[in-house]
Ligand binder design. Structure first.
Ligand code: CAO
Length: 457
């Protein structure tokens, strides 16, 4: 047994470094090459290894102390002849985000750095027994490209061991350094479901915020928008997060095709306007959407595959007609459902739609009022635009997008006549529905809208 002082070795270009982590305490048994503390310059952090195995007798440094080559770090009761070996690469802690890097002891702090390689000479300065100085392997900090998270090798090692992506952890230490507590806190938040790692987000079937890695796509571009001008960052509403995840899944998983058509609603609109005049006192305004629901239910009955769902290799045909309609609310898109639309008249449909749309805007829809739809209509007709590609609301297999009707010249066989034309955009799941069926669906629907008496047929 020999009591020796462990000293800071040659640390290359750095005159003075700060102790940012102490990895052992008095009484600990350490092995040769084991990291004792982490020091940091203004450019890099590195670990100071023990030149000998033994028991820590006394620490000679504390956090934030400034040390330099030759400073005594601790006093060790060394095991006989157990000096550091040339295999001291073991102390190296590759940067988490640079897995291919060779034994890397320096981690970028603020800016990419290129530190000249300098051999780290064993710090052993035996007090009682003379031990020949050991030569440690070259200190080989790799030139770091890009910005690595600022963390000590120990923290990096710990993060690697428990699978925490350091690049996603916010550092609370000086200069934004990531501490052990930060890594532990991040891991706890992930376990509690408060935070998702980018990898989890990419793998999530719902896909909210997914960066596409699971699909083998390029990562989502990361841009510091503030570099180009002033910005403001706001959390998405809960509804937007939920609907976004559903939309992404549906957009990715359904082989969807959209068929566009125009329906001549000149006569229907005239009828709607006169009905509303007659019913002025009733307080219920008949909407074009209510007529559309009625006409769509009749079309769904003629083409039942549009009122179905896929279940493995089977198609489930539903003998009920619950129609969802997209409602724009201050918190995001919601889809209330009108049950048994086939059993209701246009006046009742208008009234129910008004009530459900109000509930949606007030955030008062129950889950029962948002589930069970067999087909969905998304109408932007009150706003404007011509045709759009709606996304199917799975597990439904089709959705109707309705745009704003406009007066257009239509050839009647002899001349152009002004007609009110309603743009229809039917998106369908091509696994269940063929293109020809979709075209027929739109043609039939347009015929009904052109002459509503057909609903009776
Ligand atoms: N063409 C021309 N005008 C139309 C029309 C159409 N297709 N549809 C409605 N209008 C008119 C209405 O007649 C009404 O005019 P008046 O006030 O003169 O009577 C006006 O536009 C406003 O209608 P509205 O949109 O308030 O009512 P609605 O019954 O047509 O729709 C609702 C109700 C809840 C569907 C609607 O308010 C809404 O939220 N639409 C947005 C849906 C949406 O966001 N879809 C996109 C989903 S994908 O992101």
């Amino acid at each position: 047994m020999a009591v020796i002082d462990i000293k800071v070795p040659d640390i290359g270009d750095f005159d003075e470094v700060t102790v940012i982590e102490i990895l052992v305490k008095p009484g600990d048994t350490v092995k040769a090459d084991q990291s004792l503390l982490t020091v940091e310059s203004d450019k890099a952090s590195m670990e100071i290894p023990s030149s000998h195995g033994g028991v820590v007798k006394e620490l000679r440094v504390k956090l934030d102390d400034k040390v330099k080559q030759g400073s005594i770090v601790l006093v060790l009761e060394a095991e006989a002849d157990a000096p550091a070996t040339a295999a001291a690469e073991a102390v190296a802690a590759p940067a988490a985000s640079a897995p291919a890097a060779p034994a890397l002891q320096a981690a970028a702090v603020a800016a990419p750095m290129a530190v000249a390689s300098a051999p780290v000479t064993a710090p052993a300065a035996p007090v009682a027994a003379a031990t020949p100085a050991q030569t440690m392997p070259a200190h080989e900090p790799t030139a770091v490209t890009g910005q690595l998270p600022h963390a000590s090798p120990t923290v990096r090692k710990f993060a690697r061991e428990i699978g925490v992506p350091l690049a996603e952890v916010k550092g609370s230490g000086p200069k934004g350094r990531i501490t052990l507590d930060d890594v532990q806190g991040f891991a706890k938040s992930v376990m509690a479901g408060d935070v998702r790692t980018q990898a989890q987000a990419a793998k999530a079937p719902a896909g909210s915020g997914g960066d596409g890695a699971a699909l083998g796509l390029l990562p989502w571009p990361k841009v510091d928008f503030a570099k180009f001008g002033p910005i403001e960052r706001k959390e998405m509403s809960r509804i937007k997060k939920i609907s976004g995840a559903n939309l992404l899944r549906n957009a990715i998983m359904i082989p969807a095709v959209t068929n566009h058509d125009d329906a001549d609603i000149t006569d229907l609109e005239a009828f709607r306007v006169s009905t509303n005049k007659e019913n002025e006192k009733s307080g219920v305004k008949v909407t074009m959407l209510a007529f559309l629901i009625k006409a769509i239910v009749a079309t769904l009955k003629k083409y039942p595959e549009f009122n179905s769902s896929l279940d493995g290799d089977a198609i489930v045909y539903k003998n009920y007609w619950h129609i969802g309609f997209a409602a724009d609310t201050p918190n995001g898109l919601m889809v209330p459902v009108i049950r048994d639309a086939d059993k209701k008249g246009v006046l009742q449909l208008s009234q129910e739609m008004g009530e459900l749309a109000k509930k949606a805007r007030d955030g008062k829809l129950s889950s029962a009022e948002m589930t069970g739809a067999t087909f969905t209509i998304s109408s932007l007709g009150g706003i404007g635009g011509k045709y759009f590609l709606p996304i199917i609301n799975a597990p439904e297999v089709a959705i109707m997008g309705v745009s704003k009707s406009t007066m257009e010249p239509v050839w009647d066989g002899k001349q152009f006549v002004p007609r009110l034309m309603l743009p229809l955009s039917l998106t369908y799941d091509h696994r269940v529905i063929d293109g020809a069926a979709a075209a027929r669906f739109n043609v039939y629907l347009s015929q009904i809208l052109g002459d509503f008496r057909r609903v009776l047929l």
